[in-house]
Design a protein. Structure first.
Length: 276
């Protein structure tokens, strides 16, 4: 038997598969409560076995409330079926009369369960749709109000205004300080004098020999710039047989006198120091 009387089966949930009924468990309860299906024709043991199989199929993800409701309804149906199996007609024994009254009470409990379940579904739908629509209009209960810690605000309007001004004040972009960097003050003109003396004395030196006594990289760079200035003044000549080979410097200037060297590199260094 499947969903007679125009009853529609709902999607999902526990499904019952009997010889005389096939559909959702809630529909089975509805048919029994409307007297469209006799409880004596329903195999409750098979329904219980199918529900246990349904629970095992959803192991780790089954609803505890659903299992509790099924146990309650199944127990009610079992008592109702036992009461229905009593003989009908005139009842003379008070024990049989009590059983009939218990049967009616069980049937009323089944109807009550269905009514509560439908009302709960309606209330749950309204709570989901309108639960956040209206604010709380009543005061906080005393037990919750006492559990709330006291808040003491020691700041006044001026302090809050200062905090707000500090928050909204644009912050300066982060910068990396360079005060810990100590640059050696090396003059290109001074290094040019050292180079001129060495070349006049030896006449021909490699760049490695010319910078062997330098105290650091800055002096090496300064002497190289001095060589460029001397080359521009036609006082030295460069000889490098092949790329990346040893650079040999030859003195081609006068043996005596002062060689004029531009101070543009020293001027650029001083301007850079003033900016920093």
């Amino acid at each position: 038997m499947s969903a007679p009387g125009g009853e529609a089966a709902s999607d999902g949930g526990f499904q019952v598969h009997l010889d005389n009924f096939e559909g959702p468990f809630d529909l089975l309860l509805g048919l029994i409560s409307k007297h469209k299906l006799d409880i004596t024709e329903v195999s409750l043991s098979k329904v219980t076995d199918e529900f246990i199989a349904y629970i095992h199929a959803h192991e780790g993800n089954w609803d505890l409330d659903q299992a509790s409701h099924f146990l309650l309804v199944a127990a009610t149906l079992l008592d109702l079926k036992a009461a229905r199996l009593l003989p009908r007609g005139d009842v003379e024994d008070e024990a049989d009369l009590a059983l009939l009254e218990a049967r009616d009470l069980l049937f009323a409990r089944l109807l009550q369960y269905r009514a509560y379940k439908e009302a709960a579904a309606v209330l749950a739908g309204r709570l989901s749709a309108q639960g956040r629509r209206f604010p709380r209009a009543v005061r906080l209960e005393p037990r919750f109000a006492e559990a709330r810690p006291d808040v003491f605000i020691k700041l006044g309007p001026q302090e809050f205004a200062m905090l707000a001004a500090r928050v909204f004040t644009p912050r300066e972009p982060p910068s990396v300080p360079v005060t810990h960097i100590h640059q050696t003050r090396t003059s290109v003109r001074e290094q040019a004098e050292v180079v001129v003396r060495a070349l006049r004395e030896h006449g021909r030196l490699t760049f490695a020999e010319l910078t062997a006594d330098c105290a650091g990289t800055f002096e090496v760079v300064a002497r190289f710039l001095a060589l460029l200035e001397l080359y521009r003044a036609a006082s030295v000549g460069f000889d490098q047989p092949e790329p990346l080979a040893e650079l040999v410097i030859t003195w081609t200037g006068s043996a005596e006198g002062t060689i004029a060297v531009s101070d543009e590199f020293d001027q650029a260094r001083r301007e850079s120091e003033e900016e920093t």
